[in-house]
Design a protein around this ligand. Structure first.
Ligand code: NDP
Ligand code: 8X3
Length: 252
């Protein structure tokens, strides 16, 4: 079988980085994207023993830079079989009446519009080849709104609607489209949400949260199904979490 190529956004941390490690184990050629070049270099160094790696440094909010970066790929990395739209974060946790406009811009621009810009750059080659698999990292927050989640939840509901739209429109081309929707995963997510405030330390304490590797293993499962099988939508919680608001913090 020909070597597969995957492009992962948000590969410098958390779920994206764990997915890069998981894919490398399976010999999948990697295009790793993010804004922090030093981290991309470190991951490239670690994984290039297992597979071929190319890094792209761009901010998904910048549509020109996004399109230019993907257009700059060397020939050996141009045919992308798997797109992991993962870059994103929550910014702030405030009631709607006191939310910060910069936080709102960041969430809509990165989680929603950034996902669209990256997809726009890659979908045409998939429709041309009549193959490909797009995996959008949504969230349980895309299925259930929680207090003070307002705009982050809105951005992830949008990711789910866009995922369904992609699946419909790309259906004639045999392209698979999947949403993976995790609950609480212990990454840098809460550090970013709380802008370095120590509130972030409490989010994953008192129970065993999902680890980024748990999501990466699910992604590997999803991409390795036979060609007639598409896992359309996955909701994943740690055992201690029942929904967006109920977490049993006494189970550890
Ligand atoms: P991390 O903060 O650990 O990773 C976020 C990644 O996104 C980083 O690699 C970061 O790279 C990248 N990123 C952020 N902003 C931009 C930008 N403007 N341009 C390019 N890349 C960007 O968080 P997670 O791994 O947890 O988050 C990954 C995805 O999973 C997100 O979409 C998040 O919403 C989703 N998710 C997370 C959950 C959780 O509980 N952790 C649960 C459900 C979903 P860099 O800063 O180098 O650009
Ligand atoms: C991340 C999970 O519950 O913090 O999307 O929104 S949550």
């Amino acid at each position: 079988m020909m070597k597969q190529t995957a492009l992962i956004t948000g590969a410098t941390s958390g779920i994206g980085r764990a997915t890069a490690h998981e894919f490398a184990k399976h010999g999948i050629q990697l295009i790793l994207c993010g804004r922090r070049q030093e981290r991309l270099d470190t991951i490239e160094k670690a994984l290039s023993k297992q597979t071929d790696v190319h890094t792209l440094n761009f901010d998904v909010r910048d549509r020109i830079k996004t399109l230019e970066a993907i257009a700059s790929l060397p020939k050996a990395f141009q045919n992308i079989d798997i797109l992991i739209n993962n870059a994103g974060n929550a910014h702030g946790l405030d009631p709607i009446q006191s939310g910060d406009l910069d936080d709102w811009d960041a969430m809509m621009d990165i989680n929603v519009k950034g996902l669209l810009y990256v997809s726009k750059a890659i979908i045409p080659q998939m429709t041309e080849r009549k193959s490909g698999h797009i995996i959008n990292i949504g969230s349980s927050a895309g299925k259930e709104v929680y207090p003070k989640g307002n705009v982050y939840c809105g951005s992830k509901h949008a990711v789910l609607a866009i995922t369904e739209g992609m699946r419909i429109d790309l259906n004639p081309f045999g392209i698979k489209v999947t949403a993976i929707n995790p609950g609480l995963v212990e990454t840098e997510f809460s550090k970013v949400r709380f802008k370095g405030d120590s509130k972030a330390d409490n989010v994953y304490s008192g129970y065993k949260a999902l680890q980024p590797e748990d999501i990466a293993e699910m992604i590997q499962f999803v991409i390795s199904r036979p060609s007639h099988v598409n896992i359309a939508d996955v909701l994943m919680f740690c055992t201690a979490q029942a929904n967006s608001t109920i977490v049993n913090k006494n189970d550890s």
